[in-house]
Ligand binder design. Structure first.
Ligand code: 5RP
Length: 220
């Protein structure tokens, strides 16, 4: 089994088996998460309610027979399962390749345990190769871009893409991420930025990493 999609399916199945006795879960966004939803739907699970991090995930959950609820109705829950674009073994992440970073970060912030499911290509020594997604209020796009340039980054507008919150995304290359927790806070302080894709304050608790040999679980 070497195909990246097969690896994603395998890691997704492993996480689905681990949480199938939960009653309420939060669910992230992306292809790995879609495999997770499909795998969970085929297991004898106990899920009564799910909270989706995006419109796409909400649709996928409902297509697979899972009831969905708004976070405002549910409050907190124990388990959140999501993918990532990059992860360190300490659970620090870059997310937002799919543009759902804001609601993903909210769900990561309210759960008791964040399980991040990735294939081994996403496991890195330090964050920063993947362009860092930043969700911005549309009127602030060029103002934020200029601040990013001052910080040494090269922002690229994800043209044609509108988030579920009716905002825009800048993908930033070239930012040196030596201390991801500090950079996360610094970016949050730029007016116009809604969310940045560094998940340090709300990092993963467990990483499920799939490779051609199987799935490794890292307790972060
Ligand atoms: C979406 C995300 C995804 O978790 C990330 O892009 C990984 O996606 P995939 O599982 O498709 O590789 O952060 O905003």
């Amino acid at each position: 089994m070497t195909n990246q999609n097969e690896i994603k399916k395998n890691v997704a199945l492993s996480a689905a088996k681990a949480i199938m006795n939960e009653r309420v879960i939060g669910v992230g966004t992306g292809t790995t998460v879609n495999y997770f939803i499909e795998a969970l739907s085929k297991l004898p699970h106990q899920i009564e309610c799910t909270v989706a991090s995006s419109e796409a995930t909400k649709l996928k959950l409902e297509e697979n027979g899972f009831p969905t609820e708004e976070l405002n109705t549910v409050g907190n829950f124990d388990i959140y399962v999501d993918g990532a674009d990059e992860a360190t073994k300490f659970g620090y992440l870059i997310k937002g390749g799919g543009g759902a970073l804001t609601q993903e970060k909210i769900l990561a912030s309210v759960c008791k345990k964040f399980i991040c499911i990735i294939d081994d290509s996403k496991l890195v020594g330090s964050l920063g190769q993947f362009p860092l997604p930043v969700e911005v209020i549309p009127v602030s796009r060029s103002a934020v871009a200029r601040k990013i340039v001052e910080l040494g980054g090269i922002p690229k507008w994800r043209t044609g893409f509108v988030t579920d919150n009716n905002n825009w995304i800048l993908d930033i290359q070239g930012l040196k991420i030596t201390n991801c927790a500090e950079l996360e806070v610094m970016l949050n302080n730029i007016p116009g930025i809604v969310t940045n894709g560094i998940f340090a304050a709300n990092k993963a608790d467990f990483l499920y990493v799939g490779d051609s040999h199987g799935v490794k679980i890292i307790d972060c």
